[in-house]
Design a protein around this ligand. Sequence first.
Ligand SMILES: *[C@@H]1O[C@H](CO)[C@@H](O)[C@H](O)[C@H]1NC(C)=O
Ligand SMILES: *[C@@H]1O[C@H](CO)[C@@H](O)[C@H](O)[C@H]1NC(C)=O
Ligand SMILES: *[C@@H]1O[C@H](CO)[C@@H](O)[C@H](O)[C@H]1NC(C)=O
Length: 386
Amino acid sequence: MASNTAKTMQLLHLGSMLNLFPVLLLISFGFVLGKIGSATFSPESYLPNFRALSPTPASKKACVKLPTFMESGRLTASSGGPMHNMTDEELLWRASMEPRRSTQVSTVPKVAFLFLVQGALPLWPLWEIFFNGQDKELYSIYVHASPGYTDLAPKESVFYGRLIPSQGTKWGDMNLVDAERRLLATALLDLGNARFALFSESCIPLLGFPAVYAHLTGGSNTNVIFVDSYPIKERHDPFFADRNISLAQWRKGSQWFEMDRTTAVEVVAEERWYAVFRGDHGMLNMEEHYLPTLVTLLRWGARCKNRTLTYVDWSTRREHPRSFPEKDITAELLEGMRQGDGKCGYKYHGDDDGASEVEFCHLFARKFSKDALTKLIQLAPELWLV
Ligand SMILES: *[C@@H]1O[C@H](CO)[C@@H](O)[C@H](O)[C@H]1NC(C)=O
Ligand SMILES: *[C@@H]1O[C@H](CO)[C@@H](O)[C@H](O)[C@H]1NC(C)=O
Ligand SMILES: *[C@@H]1O[C@H](CO)[C@@H](O)[C@H](O)[C@H]1NC(C)=O
């Protein structure tokens, strides 16, 4: 157990290196087993840091089950996966023709996890634990990253080969919406995908996979979508009013959506309003308005909860939401995030007799920096059990 925990700690640290360097997998005795990528990398620059890590006390209750590949140390460069040669236009056109229902009647619905990131996922070891041991028929993963980034996930990783053809994105730019549509369109090509959820590199799951899956695909939620959408005056330029988007229709909201297949097809097929938002209005942050305003423009009211499932803290009232570094992470903090005000109406009965019934507001949360990974791996998997 102690050596397992030490191994965990090393892997945590490894995870935090991944977004900076080509993949380098170290196992517990510190051997460098493999290296891929074109940049040169010196293990020495990494090892002092690595040794400085203090091991978790062996008495720590949470026994994190690591995916087996993380212990095996095997590495392979990736290829294949959701890659294609279509232009955006061809991709969106093709995806807009996709059936609005997941048509693989013989199979259970899949949840598509869409990651919109710059490069590697700093928190990937946590997600790896989240997906570890789950039925691969229940989910699919798509990663949109900077074009220069090449997929370096180890072969046994759930992120292996899941990079999609991507283009550059920039904070506040409409090209973030393009990336979202690219992710949705690519995921729509898999007829098994029934639900689509968007994540950034700073997002984490607050519940275990079975609970997340049950919530997103379960009975009353199959036709419900979670697109954050609230009325606001901000950025409603005359440009929009002139193009038939009234102030009454104007909405704002967090980008991190969760939606069904019907809505995903509508998003990739939508051209009229997209062209307006793309237009020459000189406004930034349209990614916070486009989907939220589609709720009124395309009349999603009956199916939309107008809120996101991804917790975020805007209480600091700055341009960016609060980011949670390692020192802030406690079990209570994470529990508080998923409980919200407790009035979100989501009851999870757990695997047992239902005695653990709780109401949750959020299934996911942001923003967590990569230095929070160690703490998150200690706390989150235990939290996920409830
Ligand atoms: C893309 O096109 C190239 C050249 O035509 C081809 O070799 C490659 O296999 C294609 N890739 C995919 C994913 O279709
Ligand atoms: C706005 O809506 C009116 C009425 O439906 C229509 O006649 C007009 O062409 C629209 N204008 C734009 C710019 O779409
Ligand atoms: C969400 O917003 C739309 C449009 O403003 C509205 O029609 C709908 O009733 C709202 N849904 C909920 C659950 O509040």
